[in-house]
Design a protein. Structure first.
Length: 185
């Protein structure tokens, strides 16, 4: 759909063009836009990634991401039923890691782009958070997520999406994920 896109991952796998460490982007200054799904909360040193993104993003370029988000509902689900760590109380934007996907903090995007937003703005003055949209309290769960079988039949997806639309005013309490857009000024 986007022929100039470079697909990347932290390890070799089918359909991926390049193995890249997000903390050392192998691209020239001002040359990128970045799209990520469930990536940021696995980057052991998010500050290094953000510094690299600030350098490598084309002026007006964006980081677009879908990441786990902190809400009353997500705290309940992520801390009881999810395998990855979820620590909104963590003081640092980093965590121990011994290699690709060996560590995580599912709360990291919320920490950076909500709880510590003033700190983010001070550390990365050329990056502006232009959108944070919490969403998806149910569809991810009934789909089975990344590693389980679906808990609801595929034909019921429209009904689940409709229920989520009705719950939109409560996303601050219910969201499991957020769409986050960060733009280089």
């Amino acid at each position: 759909m986007c022929p100039e896109a470079i697909t990347s991952e932290v390890f070799v796998c089918p359909g991926v063009q390049s193995v890249i460490d997000a903390r050392k982007l192998p691209f020239p200054d001002g040359s990128l836009a970045i799209v990520m799904t469930d990536v940021m909360h696995h980057i052991a040193d998010a500050e290094r990634f953000l510094a690299e993104a600030q350098r490598a993003l084309v002026p007006g370029g964006r980081i677009l991401m879908i990441e786990p988000w902190v809400s009353a509902w997500s705290r309940f689900v992520y801390t009881r039923f999810h395998l990855e760590p979820f620590r909104p109380e963590a003081s640092a934007w980093e965590f121990p890691s011994s290699g690709p996907l060996s560590g995580a903090n599912g709360a990291l995007p919320w920490m950076i782009f909500h709880r510590d937003l003033a700190v983010f703005r001070k550390r990365f003055p050329r990056l502006e958070v232009t959108r944070v949209e919490p969403f998806m309290p149910l569809c991810y769960l009934v789909s089975g997520g990344e590693s389980m079988r679906a808990l609801a039949p595929a034909w019921s997806f429209r009904a689940w999406k409709g229920l989520e639309r009705l719950l939109a005013p409560l996303m601050g309490l219910l969201a499991m994920f957020a769409f986050i857009a960060v733009e280089r000024r």
